[in-house]
Ligand binder design. Structure first.
Ligand SMILES: [Zn+2]
Length: 601
């Protein structure tokens, strides 16, 4: 083959490549008349592309990036009809990708769960003082027959001198009422709610849950932890036309909210498909109202029979990567949360919050059942998105993935499983993330220590004296154990892939808050610039990998979708403690505006 022939062949292939990814024909390219729909110029473009990390301009055509480079070269793509955006030195980054967020829950307090306890619990921590305010919730026009709300802390309810349900009975004597704790891992309910769902002193605890009972009489107290609370909500929130409309409206609110924070891809961290939470997403896709690429992590219900649930889940798999809605992950809870003693731990808890609490936590899904599900579902194409919070849960989740890998080894599957939260991990399990290609998806934007603070303990804690109002309460529940707390740096150091996410509405949705926290966690372990780059990658290209669209999004490269964010300042130039002051000015999804800040009009 002659050299010229070879060059011609390469040109042809390059041309084909450009056509495939941008829709520009070769004729257009050859005549040098490729004009962009939109060109961003005079920007500080941080691309997250290692080969070409910084640029000045980006050109977009048909929703995709056709050029990344200098202001001068960008002129070639500008014609009369091209929209030119002069960014005057502002920063452009790839659209943020939140790999674990709860959009419906995030806005549910303003829609279908309207009795908001946040203002009450923020001002006064004794629920006895909330009764008069709670009574006002009787007037809310709910789209269902329950009084629903949430936002309190379980610690406050545990402080009550009488059974928690009795406080709610005073406010709501006739209607069932249920309030979701802010971590979503427990419900506080009244007597009517218990009666309707048939929970009595003889009701056994469900798998992965606990019905708090009076130690003397065995009577349910009105606190339901983990799957016990989920099952009650399942009955309270069964679909009806009115509720489905409310859910759709909630979803629409969440779309604007997420766009405002620069999100162009999200993973819905828990889709209760049985109670109707998937339908609003399907409707939004049909109506073209989604504002982010949305991956659904379908909930694996602990209480459903495997021979019903597994085929059902398999039948729902959908992964057209150019569609804004994809049903390609399964959400498992291995365990619960520390604050309820429901996180699964290797060493017994130092402090039990209730006489019936389990010293080693609990499992929604046991290791064996998890392995069975992953083995079956990864064959269809699903990736596992496992809530593993305690060190035992992290270990068992890794074990389950490993055993699925062994069982399916002949199939040579390219799995992209993840474990989310990872608040506690044993040292020996840290290198297993890289070894098994399991991504750690960690939240570091919490104000409280509920999920691990991401800050290493450098002080002596008196583990013997546990008090509920103590700032070290979370650590005192766990006890003095030999674990890594929120092991961001250890996992990165061992070669593991790190993703940061919000878990909104459990905590702030703002990616820039996480980026600042990540930079501060990594401070001293790498340079500031490396830390910022690691943090941005943890909110762009790495989550794109676990959403299986890193070849199409996650960095600013020719051929990828023009999912872009304009920031008012350059994150690399801000002091470490001031990064979170940066604001999103503009969000583009496939080149189309999904958000523009008021100050940027
Ligand atoms: Zn979550």
């Amino acid at each position: 083959m002659s050299i010229t022939h070879d060059i011609k062949r390469h040109l042809k292939l390059g041309c084909l490549f450009l056509f495939l990814f941008s829709g520009i024909s070769c004729a257009e390219q050859n005549t040098q008349k490729v004009t962009a729909d939109k060109v961003l110029i005079k920007a500080r473009v941080y691309t997250v592309d290692v080969n070409n990390p910084w640029a000045e301009a980006v050109a977009v055509k048909n929703g995709k990036i056709i050029f990344v480079g200098s202001n001068r070269e960008a002129q070639d793509y500008i014609a009369k009809q091209t929209k030119v955006i002069d960014l005057q030195g502002r920063m452009v980054v790839p659209g943020f990708q939140d790999a674990h967020v709860h959009p419906l829950e995030g806005v549910s307090l303003t829609t279908f769960m309207g009795c908001d306890l946040i203002p009450l619990s923020d001002t006064e921590t004794n629920p006895e003082t909330w009764i008069d305010e709670l009574k006002k919730c009787n007037k809310i026009d709910f789209p269902h027959d329950w009084i629903l709300g949430g936002g309190h802390a379980i610690q406050d309810v545990l402080k009550l001198k009488r059974m928690p349900k009795l406080v709610l009975d005073e406010a709501f004597p006739d209607k069932p009422a249920a309030f979701m704790e802010k971590s979503s891992h427990s419900m506080w309910v009244n007597s009517k709610a218990l009666e309707i769902v048939g929970i009595t002193k003889d009701t056994p605890d469900p798998q992965g849950g606990l019905i708090f009972k009076d130690p003397q009489t065995g009577e349910p107290t009105g606190l339901l932890s983990d799957s016990a609370g989920d099952e009650l909500m399942h009955k309270a929130l069964q679909r009806s036309p009115k509720l489905q409309q409310a859910r759709y409206e909630a979803l629409m609110l969440s779309q604007d909210f997420m766009a405002k924070y620069g999100l162009t891809s999200i993973t819905n961290g828990r889709v209760y498909w049985e109670r109707g939470n998937l339908e609003p997403w399907l409707r939004a896709e049909k109506e073209g109202t989604l504002k982010a690429r949305s991956i659904m992590a379908l909930w694996a219900y602990p209480h459903l029979q495997d021979d019903f649930q597994l085929p059902k889940l398999k039948s729902m798999y959908r992964d057209d990567r150019d569609s804004l809605l994809r049903l390609s992950q399964i959400k498992f809870y291995s365990d619960g949360v520390v604050i309820n003693n429901s996180a699964a731990v290797v060493e017994a808890y130092n402090h039990l919050i209730h006489p019936f609490a389990k010293p080693f936590g609990l499992n929604y899904f046991t290791e064996k059942r998890l392995a069975k599900y992953i083995t079956e579902l990864e064959k269809v194409g699903f990736d596992a998105h496992i809530h593993g919070l305690g060190d035992r849960a992290v270990k068992e989740s890794l074990n389950a993935i490993e055993s699925a890998q062994k069982a399916n080894s002949k199939l040579k599957l390219q799995t992209r499983h993840q474990i989310t939260h990872v608040a506690l991990a044993r040292k020996e399990d840290i290198p297993r993330f890289a070894k098994l290609n399991v991504t750690a998806n960690i939240q570091i934007n919490h104000d409280t220590g509920d999920y691990g603070t991401g800050v290493e303990l450098d002080k002596k804690i008196d583990y013997k004296h546990v008090h509920i109002d103590d700032p070290d309460y979370w650590f005192k529940i766990v006890g003095d154990v030999d674990v890594e707390f929120s092991p961001v740096h250890p996992i990165i150091e061992s070669g593991g892939r790190m993703v940061f996410s919000s878990d909104w509405d459990v905590s702030s949705i703002d990616p820039i808050v996480s980026i600042q926290n990540a930079v501060n966690i990594l401070d001293g372990k790498m340079s500031k610039d490396e830390a910022i780059a690691t943090a941005i990658k943890g909110y762009t290209l790495n989550p794109a990998y676990i959403m299986r669209h890193d070849d199409m999004t996650g960095s600013i490269e020719v051929g990828k979708y023009a999912d872009l964010v304009v920031l008012d300042s350059n994150l690399f130039e801000l002091p470490k403690q001031k990064i979170k002051q940066a604001k999103v000015l503009l969000t583009l999804l496939s080149g189309n505006e999904t958000y523009r800040a008021k100050e940027y009009r």
